[in-house]
Design a protein around this ligand. Structure first.
Ligand SMILES: *[C@@H]1O[C@H](CO)[C@@H](O)[C@H](O)[C@H]1NC(C)=O
Ligand SMILES: *[C@@H]1O[C@H](CO)[C@@H](O)[C@H](O)[C@H]1NC(C)=O
Ligand SMILES: *[C@@H]1O[C@H](CO)[C@@H](O)[C@H](O)[C@H]1NC(C)=O
Ligand SMILES: *[C@@H]1O[C@H](CO)[C@@H](O)[C@H](O)[C@H]1NC(C)=O
Ligand SMILES: *[C@@H]1O[C@H](CO)[C@@H](O)[C@H](O)[C@H]1NC(C)=O
Ligand SMILES: *[C@@H]1O[C@H](CO)[C@@H](O)[C@H](O)[C@H]1NC(C)=O
Ligand SMILES: *[C@@H]1O[C@H](CO)[C@@H](O)[C@H](O)[C@H]1NC(C)=O
Length: 305
């Protein structure tokens, strides 16, 4: 009904207006003229806005169609718990596998980002894209020197490599008291209470052992321990522990984690990014993929296959 009226008015506007040529300009005809003029302006306005909107919409739609969905998705920043603005090789949560590498799936719960490496769980404290390094802490050693399972974890060597600033800390658990009188200060002790019973434990790193004078009795003390766990810590933290072996410093050293360097086809990713693409993965070929505006390629946006 409305539509029909508009069309009719639109046609009437182009016709000579009978009232004007009768010489007597009644107030009715003036009013009619004014209404018609307004209608004309309004319709012109509507038509113009419609035209502009059509042009804009068309532009948006064509630009969307030109950019590959993988390219768009992998180019947007990804947040995971405490970690902001993550990119390749990390994925998980809102980011699909094709934007990452299978070994670098993150779990993002609350304020904690974790990663599983060789079936063991680590908190991810920091990610540095520019030097491909992350800082990790064993989840079971977070704010805890006495985990229930006393095992050394390894990160393997395929995708991760301990940073040059990592040092091994040896934690000796459930040690029996030595038969001889033990110097109070070395090796440094820490406590664990298991089922209400206090265990006697020690912590040492290699340079602490090398600096120790009474190394024969030390090896006797440490040899009487039921378990040993090797935990990597930062070199800076190890230096603090060597000069000041308090339990507080031990806890701080464990909580500050250790650095690892990642290898996830890093050089391919650099090439891909330099060619304007976003790094990712092709689950079908199980290989690296470079996502570009016009589609995905094995290494760079120019490789054309
Ligand atoms: C996010 O990361 C990208 C590339 O990694 C960088 O260019 C950008 O500046 C970062 N933004 C923020 C807010 O850190
Ligand atoms: C990341 O690594 C680069 C190069 O080693 C360094 O200059 C930069 O400070 C690091 N960024 C953070 C946040 O640690
Ligand atoms: C560490 O653990 C203690 C007790 O187990 C707790 O009181 C403290 O809040 C924890 N600190 C952090 C930072 O989680
Ligand atoms: C360990 O526990 C014992 C008994 O509760 C206490 O005397 C000792 O000071 C504790 N040692 C440390 C390093 O906390
Ligand atoms: C602690 O007690 C629980 C249950 O009583 C038992 O299953 C566990 O083996 C005990 N742990 C140790 C280290 O003795
Ligand atoms: C040793 O570390 C403790 C914290 O655990 C600190 O309070 C103390 O001042 C440090 N001592 C020295 C000599 O640095
Ligand atoms: C990417 O890295 C994986 C694992 O390190 C390796 O097996 C694969 O050959 C690499 N892909 C390419 C195209 O180099």
């Amino acid at each position: 009904m409305h539509f029909k009226t508009h069309v009719n008015l639109n046609c009437n506007l182009n016709l000579p207006l009978p009232f004007i040529y009768y010489g007597v300009k009644s107030s009715v005809s003036l009013l009619y003229q004014a209404i018609l003029l307004r209608m004309q302006l309004l319709l012109q306005g509507i038509f113009f806005s419609f035209l502009v909107m059509t042009i804009i919409l068309n532009q948006i739609l064509t630009s969307c169609a030109a950019d590959d969905v993988h390219y768009l998705k992998c180019g947007s920043p990804f947040h995971c718990a405490n970690l902001k603005n993550l990119s390749y090789p990390f994925w998980g949560f809102s980011r699909p596998l094709y934007c990452g590498h299978p070994a670098f799936k993150l779990q993002c719960t609350g304020e904690v980002a974790t990663v599983t490496i060789m079936s063991e769980n680590y908190r991810v404290l920091e990610v540095n894209d520019s030097d491909h390094r992350i800082k990790l802490v064993r989840t079971d050693y977070w704010n805890n020197t006495c985990p229930t399972s006393l095992r050394t974890f390894t990160i393997g060597c395929t995708f991760f490599d301990y940073g040059s600033d990592s040092r091994n800390l040896n934690l000796y658990y459930d040690c029996s008291s030595p038969s001889f009188l033990q110097p109070d200060s070395f090796p440094p002790k820490f406590n664990c209470s298991v089922n209400g019973t206090q265990m006697n434990n020690y912590f040492v790193d290699e340079s602490m052992l090398a600096n120790a004078e009474t190394s024969v009795s030390i090896s006797e003390i440490l040899g009487a321990c039921k378990s040993r766990v090797v935990v990597p810590i930062l070199e800076s933290e190890a230096e603090v522990l060597e000069t000041n072996s308090t339990v507080e410093n031990l806890k701080a050293a464990l909580e500050n984690g250790f650095g690892v360097e990642w290898e996830a086809n890093n050089s391919l990713c650099d090439e891909c990014q330099n060619s304007g693409g976003h790094c990712g993965y092709d689950p079908i070929s199980s290989e690296f993929a470079c996502h570009c505006r016009g589609g995905s390629f094995p290494s760079t946006c120019k490789s054309g296959e």
